[in-house]
Design a protein around this ligand. Structure first.
Ligand code: FAD
Ligand code: SIN
Length: 515
């Protein structure tokens, strides 16, 4: 099968990119489950962008850099904040209905933001965006969406510097794997939260894009910076856990110890709304010291009217689990939430492998540095998906490269990957325990040794979708640990007890992994 452009993933990054490409070329979107199955569909708080009268690009820029703990690329952050509002307006043009006051967008507040700047659709922002983008995609004759089609591996032609991506091997839920040829490929496969036992991410977030990219050759960066969201509902519900949006703390929700005492009051000037890494570490420490399984989030200072109008989904979902957040505190724990690192790209989505682009959570653009500012990820996805589309358009205007070269071999079937299924739980538990919010050298070394063994037994192809995901999950975990071991300091989301200080002499740079 052939398309001008192949897009892997149907979240916000894949859809925005596709809608732009479809104006001049044909797009095949493959997505491994249903088209709505994505982190995008679960995003609660909203999209950060400068719309407030008291806000400015300079303030959004500063807040983003402050969160990023010295590693944000300032040129890329400038692009993000300056182009953000125009891209949000495009979402509105595609039909996204954001919550409004009388005449303007109603802006929420989240941790690390010095102004109200979170554009939202109640507390179901992602669902509204996904709905609007999928409807727009369905109306485009140039876009074909293939559900239940998992990309197994990227395919390249040429060798060395001449090597470029020319498509992907795809496995439909029913039937044999086959090759989709394309002149450009966008990886928009989202994050890898499922690598951890407790996560806010949906089951599709198994790090496939990072793993496929690593196997094909482009550089990967900064995977040690896994963001743990401080407030996921306890107990976890199956593989994923309900997120309690940071916007709840933005409106006055307060973190308490399990015994009811305030938790953050004396730990940070911003109290419960301190940056996420600080809050998550404080909760982790409190749980370890007190032996409690969770802490509490008290929302009773927010008026019931406000809770009902502002957080209808969280109110409904917690009530369905038997908790009345209007009158009792919510039990919460941190959970793996967002990968700040990923496949390294330039400001136009180009990876280090020609004709392969990446956008959204799977990419590492340089925006987030060592810690992502809340609600900057949906923004990053739309800004850089747009830029990648402009770049791909230039690419398609050039004469097509000669096709006399055969694509690289499609990997042979092996059965050893089947053994991976039995170790999925082991990996997720180990990552949670040894490569979690607080790390140390011995645990990281042990995790690396175990993961090396597991990567070595994983086969290449002839896999079921589930086996392919497991293979990717193990590889993504091992890349996280490699990055974490390479950073011999503590910065942003990466905290190593054996090296508790920031080392600007040695580590004021990205951690780049080359295959
Ligand atoms: P996704 O939306 O995750 O889409 C990835 C797509 O790739 C999916 O369709 C998936 O099925 C597909 N895929 C994966 N692997 C394969 C494969 N091998 N083959 C084919 N398809 C594949 N960010 C904010 O900015 N604001 C928020 O308020 C916010 N709230 C969040 C709340 C929750 C609960 C979660 C989990 C995340 C939240 N985030 C938020 C983060 C944000 O939602 C994500 O970073 C963003 O949606 C990622 O978009 P994406 O397009 O990169 O990936
Ligand atoms: C939230 O609503 O707390 C999530 C926001 C984000 O992850 O950016």
């Amino acid at each position: 099968m052939k398309a001008d452009v192949l897009v892997i993933g149907s979240g916000i990054a894949g859809l925005v990119f596709s809608l732009k490409i479809a104006r001049f070329a044909s797009v095949a979107i493959i997505t491994k489950k249903g088209r709505v199955d994505s982190s995008t569909n679960y995003a609660q708080g909203g999209i950060a962008a400068v719309f407030g009268r008291d806000d400015s690009f300079a303030l959004h820029f500063q807040d983003t850099l402050a969160a990023g703990a010295g590693l944000c690329h300032s040129d890329v952050v400038r692009v993000l904040v300056q182009e953000g509002p125009e891209r949000v307006r495009e979402l509105i043009d595609w039909g996204a209905r954001f919550t409004r006051n009388a005449e303007a967008l109603s802006l929420g507040r989240e941790g690390g933001h010095s102004r109200r700047r979170i554009v939202r659709a109640d507390d179901l922002t992602g669902r509204e965006i996904e709905r609007a983008l999928l409807a727009a995609a369905a109306a485009s004759p140039n876009i074909a969406v293939y559900e239940d089609h998992a990309a197994l591996d990227l395919v390249t032609v040429g060798v060395g510097k001449e090597s470029r991506c020319c498509g992907a091997v795809v496995l439909p839920a029913t039937g044999e794997s086959y090759l989709i040829h394309a002149r450009a490929v966008l990886l928009a496969t989202g994050g890898c939260g499922q690598v951890y036992r407790h996560t806010t991410n949906p089951p599709v977030a198994t790090g496939d894009g990072i793993a496929m990219a690593y196997r094909a050759g482009p550089h990967i960066a900064n995977l040690e910076f896994m963001q743990f969201h401080p407030t996921a509902l306890y107990p976890a519900d199956g593989d994923t856990t309900l997120l309690i949006s940071e916007a709840v703390r933005g409106e006055g929700g307060t973190l308490l110890r399990a015994n009811g005492q305030p938790l953050m009051e004396h730990l940070h000037a911003l109290g419960s709304l301190a940056p996420r890494d600080i809050v998550a570490r404080a909760i982790d420490q409190e749980m370890k010291q007190s032996g409690s399984s969770h802490v509490l989030l008290d929302c009773t200072s927010i008026s019931p009217t406000e809770v009902r109008s502002r957080f209808p989904n969280i109110l409904r979902e917690t009530a369905a689990r038997g908790i009345d957040m209007l009158s009792e505190p919510l039990p919460v724990v941190p959970a793996a939430h967002y990968a700040c690192g990923g496949v390294l790209t330039d400001t136009r989505g180009q990876t280090t492998l020609p004709a392969l682009f990446a956008a959204g959570e799977t990419a590492c653009t340089g925006v987030h540095g060592a810690n992502r500012l809340a609600s900057n990820s949906l923004l990053e996805a739309i800004v850089f998906a747009h830029r990648a589309a402009v770049r791909v358009r230039e690419e398609l205007c050039r004469p097509a490269p000669s096709v006399d070269e055969e694509p690289g071999p499609i990997p042979e079937e092996t059965s050893s990957a089947r053994t991976l299924i039995s170790i999925r739980d082991e990996v997720r538990d180990m990552m949670w325990r040894d490569v979690g919010i607080v790390r140390n050298d011995a645990d990281l070394a042990a995790a690396e040794a175990r993961l090396n063994d597991l990567v070595a037994v994983s086969g290449d192809a002839g896999l079921t979708q589930e086996e392919a995901e497991l293979r990717n999950l193990v590889l993504a975990a091992s890349l996280i640990v490699r990055c974490a071991r390479a950073r011999v300091e503590s910065r942003g989301l990466h905290f190593n007890q054996d090296h508790p200080r920031r080392d600007n002499e040695g580590f004021l740079r990205d951690t780049v992994i080359v295959q």
